[in-house]
Design a protein around this ligand. Structure first.
Ligand code: 3PG
Ligand code: MG
Length: 391
């Protein structure tokens, strides 16, 4: 199944393109934080404009649940986009205006102000369909959502004989991630971290069929350590997942997949920048202390596995990297992946933030703009926003 892309469009001179982007960027007091996602969609915007089309951009921001929220308006994002694009972007205060301003780049208001967006409502999609001649999806971070702008809208466009294609970002994400689903060069090493193992069980299941080694850090590792008989003190665990992770570990052992858990951790009584820290065995954490980062011995062991890899997938930080005392593990893994010759792919907002914090963005082959979307893709699931662009 191949993806239809901008290459499949004919002459688009004078055509109006509805461009679904993922401009869901971190905002603080009305100011855009990390603008990676805005920058990631610039090639598609530039290409459409160069080919003579005008662009009607749409995105969600946050989770306003079908109601207008002043702090989640898209105009500040439009202003940042204008700066990056080097041309005017007209932000309109409505999600589906009856009339569009005559401008080559228009940004609609936050799609999720309308309840029809998350409900995948056909009538709402119909209002959006009136705004354009062609549909382009560059919102990789949202392709796993069956929402109106991702699903019902391209459906309607196709049904009325109008093209619906992937933008360059979605195209690149799918090219890279599909390589990790089939045909990845071995050894293939996956590194998983983050707080909850429950979010990662499905991807672990899928990865066990493909990878040679799975390195587990972050708080999710404590559920595996505890299920395996370790004493993890007050570390975060999900006891209702012990059976699931035991099954996964048994499956890994049976199929020869190496699972590496932390052997040492940096522990403290509280998640606090000033809390006194101790490095100790990951399986002998006393009550009153919780593991908040992987320790140096674990970093060295992980780094050795990473050094021998030809393909590396990384999702989720190794500890509470936002605090300096618990950031060395994530940084160490980032450096090891960056230094390896492996084809390296990173996904998930926290991992990306950690990489940016360490100034290591340039050392990876692909930084995915989708967290949940990249995980669901790697689970091998059919994603509504991709399926509709195939064929
Ligand atoms: C994200 O940031 O995960 C994407 O923009 C999708 O947002 P959502 O998780 O709120 O659907
Ligand atoms: Mg999400």
């Amino acid at each position: 199944m191949s993806l239809r892309t901008l290459d499949d469009l004919g002459d688009v001179t004078g055509v109006r393109a509805f461009l679904r982007a993922d401009l869901n960027v971190p905002m603080a007091d009305g100011v855009v934080g990390d603008d990676s996602r805005i920058r990631a969609t610039l090639p598609t915007i530039h290409e459409l404009l160069e080919r003579g089309a005008s662009v009607v951009l749409a995105s969600h921001l946050g989770r306003p649940k079908g109601k207008m929220r002043e702090d989640l308006r898209l105009a500040p994002v439009g202003a940042r986009l204008a700066g990056l694009l080097g041309r005017e972007v007209v932000s309109v205060p409505e999600v589906a205006p009856a009339e569009l301003p005559a401008a080559s780049v228009v940004l609609l208001e936050n799609l999720r102000f309308e309840p029809g967006e998350e409900a995948n409502d056909v009538a709402f999609a119909g209002r959006l369909a009136e705004l354009a001649d062609i549909y382009v999806d560059d919102a990789f971070g949202a392709v796993h959502r069956a929402h109106a702008s991702v699903s019902a809208l391209p459906d309607l466009m196709l049904a009325s004989g109008r093209p619906a294609v992937a933008g360059r970002l979605v195209q690149r994400e799918v090219e890279v991630l599909s390589r990790l689903l089939s045909g990845a060069e071995r050894p293939y090493v996956a590194i998983l971290g983050g707080a909850k193992v429950s979010d990662k069980l499905a991807v672990i299941d899928a990865l066990l069929d493909r990878v040679d080694a799975l390195l587990v850090g972050g708080a999710m590792a404590f559920t595996l350590l505890a299920a395996d008989g370790g004493a993890v003190g007050d570390s975060l665990v999900e006891p209702d997942r012990y059976d699931d992770v035991r099954a996964a570990m048994a499956r890994a052992a049976a199929s020869g997949v190496r699972i590496e858990l932390p052997t040492d951790v940096v522990a403290a009584a509280e998640i606090d920048a000033d809390a006194p820290v101790q490095t100790m065995s990951a399986r002998e954490i006393p009550d009153g202390l919780k593991g908040l980062d992987i320790g140096p011995q674990t970093v060295a062991a992980f780094a050795e596995v990473i050094a021998g890899a030809k393909t590396v997938l990384w999702n989720g930080p190794m500890g509470v990297f936002e605090l300096a005392s618990f950031s060395a593990g994530t940084r160490g893994v980032a450096e090891a992946v960056g230094a390896s010759n492996a084809f390296s792919v990173v996904g998930g907002g926290d991992s990306l933030a950690a990489i940016a914090q360490a100034g290591l963005e340039g050392s990876f082959d692909h930084l995915s703009t989708g967290g949940g979307a990249s995980l669901e893709y790697l689970e091998g699931r059919a994603l509504p926003g991709i399926t509709i662009l195939e064929g």
